[in-house]
Structures are given as C-alpha cells and as structure tokens.
Write a protein that binds this ligand. Structure first.
Ligand SMILES: Cc1cc2nc3c(=O)[nH]c(=O)nc-3n(C[C@H](O)[C@H](O)[C@H](O)COP(=O)(O)O)c2cc1C
Length: 351
C-alpha cells in the first residue's frame, strides 16, 4: 500500500469535513502526489479557446477557496474548477453537513456555499496566473443577498483575468431559492447580463452554466432555449440531486442535502444526453455525476460530453484514481477506433 492509500484509509476514520480540511491543508504544503500522465494526443482537445491535455477535470466544491488548484493539476486532472465562491465570505450551514455513504459510493452534502469570499480567492488565483494548467472559477450568490443576480455580476467582474473560464452555479440545492435562477426569465437576465459585461472586457473568458439534474422535461427545454440564445459557451451537467434516495442503503440516506457519487450517475447522464439532443449537439457539455471509472467517463462522452468532471469517487478511491481512469479512457477510445476524443462526443446519438 502506498502512502496515499494509507493516508486515505486514515482520513476515512475522521469525520468527513475534518478529513477534507486536513487533506486541503496537506495539499497546500505540497504533500500531494505528482503524477504526470503521459501526453496523449487522443485525449487532447481545443475547446473554448483552451487547450485541454485530457478531458477529466476536478468538479467544483473540493477547492472552494482556490487554495490548491496546482496541487490538483499535479494529480493528473486536465483542468480544475475552484469555488463556489460568493462575493462575501459566509459560514454555510451548521455542522455536520457532509455525510459519507460508503455502502452506496455516495456523499450527501448540505454545506451551503461556505467560503472565504472573493478577496482571498482572487489573490490566490492572481498569484498562480502565469502557471500552466486550466483553472476555472465557479461563482455563486450569497445566501442573504438582496440581489442574487447582481452577486454573479460582481464575482464575474472582480475575477476577470484571474480564471480561464467561469461557471455560473445556479444549481446548488443548499442555498434556498437559488435553483429558481434556472427559471427562464431570471436565467435570461443573468446570462444576458454576463455576456453583455463580457463583451466590454479585454479578455473574453468562456462562460458555462451548471444545472441541476432535477429539472423536468420542460425545465430542460427552457434552459436549452435560454442557453442557446444567450451566447454562453457550454453547460455543466450536473450538480447534486435532491432525489435519488430510494435505492440507498447507508444509514445516512435520510440526510438533507445534495446527493453525489454513484447513485447520481444514471440521472445526470440522462439529463446530459437530453441536453445534447435539445441543443442539437452544438453547445459543448461537461458531464459530471457519479463518474468512478474510465468506462463511466466514456459513457458520459458518448452521451454528449466534451469534457467530464468528478469529485465524490476521488474521496473514496484516493488520488491514484485519476491517472488510472485517464488511462482506461484512452484504452476505450482506442478499442472503439476513435483517434481523438472529439470523435466520440455524442457517438450514442448517431446510430
Ligand atoms: C462536498 C461537496 C461539495 C460540493 N460543492 C460544490 C460547489 O461549491 N459548487 C458546485 O457547483 N458544485 C459543488 N458540488 C457538486 C460537484 O461539483 C458535482 O457536481 C457533484 O458532486 C457530482 O459529481 P460527483 O458525483 O463526481 O461528485 C459539491 C459536491 C460535494 C460532494
């Protein structure tokens, strides 16, 4: 057993949020692994004007305060999404608020956007700005904000020039009312406001919208319509679900919050596939939710994802998962005769 497998076992003996805090602290001291997955032209892709060395990214929520993006890139991720950051620091919900469900390969969290606010986040991103590696900023609204849409504008403008792309998170279930921003009128105001602000900037960063897996058929259609006519660059599908509890076995299955990990895979992949269909395959999609193997990542790509992200599986399997998963994905592409990942995107829609 290597040192990371051993420390992973020890960390799992601790309460989930303590283990996470300790992990981020250790990573910030440079104690993380340094994998260098061999450059593989089959996995490399230009998208949104960015050069992705591989399509497997770290999902938002692991590095909320942008403390360790370079350590995470060093684990082999092709890109890292930091945040969610809100304009002002906030404490989030009372603890305990992260629950492991090992029997189900899942996590339930109700953190509620705990973060230290824009100022330290921006400072850290500015400090690493000239380093290689794609780092995105996932932005949100403060719980007690009087104008939540304005919070996104504030964060976007404050962080311009610091991040390679922006994710507009309107899909966390843990800030009451936030998902209401997925309604067409609000969403239009938010996305048009952001693209108008971007139009005036010297750099024009890509803007992605992260959606919930709990949207019904009409909701998905409305999001597809607004996304298609608002000049945003892509969708991240999906955040955690408020449903999915029926099949769970762990004693924590009744906890309130968003469910992630294996039980989210089927639902989030179905929504992903639907969004690919509803946007005619024209809007790049990032597939997230329950990815634990190279095969899972490949299934998301075939369902319509140009890139994928994961979080929960890494907390169970440790950092060794990342190079293994990327290697398996490359093998699957090769097995099916795809010379580059972009040829496999949406393949399931073509027969
Ligand atoms: C503990 C925890 C915290 C999270 N925090 C955020 C967040 O701040 N912003 C966000 O957009 N998503 C957040 N997520 C959702 C993940 O980014 C991802 O969309 C979701 O967990 C599904 O992927 P997974 O099954 O690979 O974990 C969080 C997930 C977990 C488990």
């Amino acid at each position: 057993m290597d040192i990371y497998a051993l420390s992973g076992r020890l960390l799992r003996l601790l309460e989930a949020e303590r283990a996470h805090t300790l992990t981020v602290w250790a990573l910030s001291l440079g104690l993380g692994p340094h994998y260098r997955p061999p450059a593989n032209p089959a996995l490399r892709q230009q998208l949104f004007g960015l050069d992705f060395p591989n399509p497997v990214g770290l999902a938002a929520g692991f590095d909320k305060n942008a403390t360790v993006p370079d350590a995470m890139l060093g684990m082999g991720f092709g890109f890292v999404e930091t945040g969610t950051v809100t304009p002002r620091a906030q404490a989030g919900n009372p603890r305990p608020r992260i629950f492991r469900l090992p029997e189900d390969g899942a996590v339930i969290n109700r953190l509620g956007f705990n973060n230290k606010g824009l100022a330290p986040y921006k400072e850290r991103l500015l400090k690493r700005r000239n380093r290689p590696g794609i780092v995105g900023a996932n932005i949100g609204a403060n719980k007690d904000s009087e104008n939540r849409i304005a919070d996104y504008f504030t964060a976007f403008e404050a962080l311009n020039g610091c991040a390679d792309y922006f994710t507009v998170n309107v899909s966390s279930p843990n800030t009451p009312g936030l998902r209401g921003l997925q309604e067409p009128e609000m969403l239009r105001e938010l996305l048009h406001g952001l693209s108008n602000r971007r139009a005036k900037l010297p750099h024009k960063p890509p803007i992605l919208l992260k959606i919930a897996p709990d949207l019904d058929r009409d909701g998905r259609q409305e999001v597809a319509n607004v996304a298609s006519d608002s000049a945003i660059d892509g969708l991240i599908v999906s955040n955690t679900t408020i449903g999915g509890r029926k099949t769970l076995e762990s004693p924590h299955r009744g906890e309130q919050g968003g469910l992630s990990g294996k039980p989210l895979f089927a639902l989030s992949t179905e929504v992903l596939s639907d969004m690919y269909h509803l946007t005619d395959g024209k809007l790049p999609l990032i597939g997230v939710g329950g990815i634990a193997t190279g095969e899972d990542a490949y299934r998301k790509i075939r369902a319509g994802a140009s890139l994928v992200q994961l979080y929960t599986a890494m907390t169970f399997a440790g950092p060794q998962l990342i190079p293994a998963l990327i290697g398996d994905l490359a093998t699957l592409l090769d097995r099916d005769g795809f010379a580059n990942i972009r040829d496999a995107v949406g393949a399931d829609h073509r027969h």
